[in-house]
Write a protein of this length. Structure first.
Length: 328
């Protein structure tokens, strides 16, 4: 949220350890019901926020809308934050090859894969960090492909003034139905356009409800059909889409998430302290209250607090969310 603003924040989640309230997560949350009407408005949902990787489906949509030939796993990984497995890297390299490029063209930072077995295997083999293993490389590969298709420069594809990034900016404003009020740089080096929590929920509902023939519908369909390329094994976004049919889910760094249910229900939030540990459980709590059956993802609604490897507490919905659920 804007540094010079003091928007009202509400308690979205709490952390209890051994019977004591240890921490509180404050923030803003907005939800829409199946008819598209506002269902929850907790905190200042119109304050500017940086959506981080939650905006990747819109970045993928921008690439698709300018003619990038993306489909299936390639489109899903463009909208995702993959965990760097060999299967993920193979798809990224395929997208780059279609653009006539190698991973040397990527401008995301070098990194180890987030997938622990893959990381350990690379270390044992004496390999080093690489750009293609970084969780945003799928997005970057899609951006490079979009540039090649349109004859745009691939050298400066991360400049805010680049035609592709201007398209991303326009798509962000269109789908969030909110003006972009601030330009930033994401952790991967790509431009990042500020929006609002209300705007994110609006965008995810639009993605979920878009016709299959439309670019937005193609992005959502690819994410649902190939959730393992949006995240990876055990990743919360992947598991939600696997277990709750029809959903579209994408979280981001610093406590941001957007999630749409199968009938158009949608929820988005920003945890102001940046800790994402409660975002998925809160999103599922809200969707349940809006009539979505999330029983197959019940374990994702439980975030245990451990002491000596044993559960001694939990992360749970805070006062604002509990009051909203009770009122429904």
């Amino acid at each position: 949220m804007a540094e010079n603003a003091t928007p009202p924040l509400v308690e979205l989640a709490v952390v209890r350890r051994s019977g004591l309230l240890e921490s509180r997560h404050l923030g803003a949350l907005f939800a829409l019901d199946a008819a598209g009407n506002p269902a929850a408005e907790l905190g200042d949902v119109d304050a500017p926020v940086l959506p981080r990787s939650t905006t990747k489906p819109l970045q993928a949509l921008a690439c698709l809308s300018v003619g990038a030939p993306l489909e299936g796993p390639a489109l899903a990984i463009a909208a995702g934050s993959h965990t760097g497995t060999d299967a993920h890297v193979e798809v990224v390299r395929t997208v780059l090859a279609e653009a006539g490029l190698t991973e040397d063209a990527l401008r995301c930072p070098v990194d180890w894969p987030e997938d622990e077995p893959t990381r350990n295997s690379l270390v044992r083999a004496g390999q080093e960090r690489s750009r293609v293993r970084m969780n945003c490389s799928g997005k970057h590969a899609a951006m490079l492909l979009a540039c090649r298709v349109n004859g745009w420069s691939t050298e400066g594809y991360l400049e805010t003034t680049h035609p592709l990034q201007q398209r991303v900016r326009a798509v962000t404003a269109e789908f969030t139905e909110a003006p972009v009020t601030h330009d930033a740089v994401d952790g991967c080096g790509a431009p990042l356009f500020a929006t609002t929590v209300r705007g994110l929920a609006t965008a995810f509902r639009a993605l979920q409800r878009a016709a299959a023939s439309e670019p937005a519908g193609r992005v959502a369909a690819a994410m649902r059909a190939h959730p393992e390329f949006v995240g990876g094994h055990g990743h919360a976004n992947t598991e939600v889409m696997r277990r709750v049919p029809g959903t579209v889910a994408k979280g981001g760094a610093e406590g941001v998430i957007g999630l749409a249910g199968p009938d158009g229900q949608a929820v988005a939030m920003k945890i102001i302290d940046g800790n994402p540990r409660a975002t998925t459980l809160l999103a599922l709590e809200v969707l349940t209250a809006l009539g979505v059956d999330v029983s197959e993802a019940a374990d994702l609604r439980v975030v245990p607090v451990l002491g000596g490897g044993v559960r001694v507490g939990e992360v749970a919905p805070g006062a604002a969310v509990q009051a909203w659920v009770a009122a429904r």
